[in-house]
Design a protein around this ligand. Structure first.
Ligand code: AMP
Ligand code: MG
Length: 325
């Protein structure tokens, strides 16, 4: 059931479900999450079951304050406070050594835990009302498109979750940037996301960007196929390549363009991420438009390559995974 997430009565209701061990869905600024109380193992296990997510894929712990940061992780490096000061609340997840009280179910057996302070008022209120951090992956089925509206959650999870707090369309629109920080070592990015790497480097200096292969080892669950629509998705360089797909296959084509489309007539469906060419606007529309193209009349989705700067890196990373079959 979808309910208004801005109503305190509903936040209390959601917190009560969490207290009873029932996972619920809520908005963050990145995507909608499916949350459970981190101290209720059964409830955390239910998340994996609902999402059909494999147990080797660890969850992100969402916190509302710095007290909870130290409750969850060991802070052995001053740079963590610097990052918190500049980027929290916001779309940055830190991989840190876990405290004993954090179960291996959450961390998939690792000694480290992923932590983030979301900037969405509903998410923060929910954590405060529960008075405990919330473990939450995105509220979609494993490998499917991430949800950026309450309706996307309902479409995929149906009545498998008792409550969906509706906070409208998420503002950031792509998952958090994941950064691993180890004492006396250069930070390593494990996933491109809603906070551009360029912004982080301005604060803590050079960040290591591992090859895709080694990133898969460093971040379990970093699979090749992920964020995928149900229809085939192909990445093309630009609009000029569209006729090739029309001629060969006579297919109904849906097109995801970055800024503009010159010849809309040959398309069955299309979406333009940002007519202003703004990366922030594009990222906030990204998953929503993929959901719409997936639900629309097209048989295949062609997606235009996005320039890999700023949030373009996060969007391209997701397109490549969506295109992988
Ligand atoms: P999601 O909740 O779907 O946004 O995905 C969370 C992702 O964070 C996982 O799929 C992992 O790739 C990454 N992650 C979570 N915990 C850890 C950890 N302890 N070490 C490395 N990567 C992690
Ligand atoms: Mg996810």
């Amino acid at each position: 059931m979808i309910v208004n997430g801005y109503s305190y009565k509903n936040i209390k209701k959601a917190a009560n479900f969490l207290k009873k061990g029932e996972p619920i869905a809520f908005p963050t600024e990145t995507v909608y999450g499916l949350g459970a109380n981190i101290y209720n193992k059964k409830s955390v296990a239910k998340i994996f079951e609902i999402k059909q997510r494999p147990f080797f894929d660890p969850l992100i712990v969402h916190i509302a304050n710095l007290k909870q940061l130290e409750e969850v992780a060991k802070i052995e490096d001053e740079r963590i406070y610097l990052l918190a000061k500049h980027f929290w609340p916001g779309p940055l997840t830190l991989i840190l050594p876990k405290q004993k009280r954090i179960s291996y179910l959450i961390t998939a057996g690792l000694e480290t835990v992923a932590i983030r302070m979301p900037s969405n008022i509903i998410a923060l209120s929910l954590i405060q009302e529960l008075n405990s951090p919330i473990a939450a992956p995105s509220a979609n089925l494993f490998t499917h498109l991430s949800p950026t509206t309450a309706q996307h959650v309902l479409k995929q999870l149906g009545n498998k979750t008792k409550l969906i707090l509706d906070g409208g369309k998420t503002t950031c629109g792509v998952e958090s940037t994941i950064l691993s920080i180890e004492k006396n070592k250069k930070p390593v990015v494990l996933r491109m996301g809603g906070l551009p790497i360029e912004n982080i480097e301005k604060i803590i200096g050079k960040i290591i960007i591992p090859t895709k292969k080694s990133r898969k080892v460093l971040a379990p669950g970093n699979l090749k196929n992920h964020y995928a629509p149900q229809k085939p998705l192909i990445i093309i360089n630009n609009e000029k390549e569209i006729p090739k797909y029309l001629k060969n296959n006579k297919q109904k084509i849906g097109y995801l363009a970055f800024q503009k489309i010159n010849n809309k007539k040959i398309l069955s469906d299309y979406k333009i991420l940002s007519s202003q060419g703004d990366f922030k606007e594009a990222a906030s529309n990204f998953f929503d438009y993929l959901h719409q193209l997936d639900d629309g009349p097209a048989e295949i989705i062609l997606a235009e390559k996005i320039k890999e700067v700023n949030l373009g890196k996060a969007m391209m990373e997701r397109l490549i995974k969506a295109a992988h079959r």
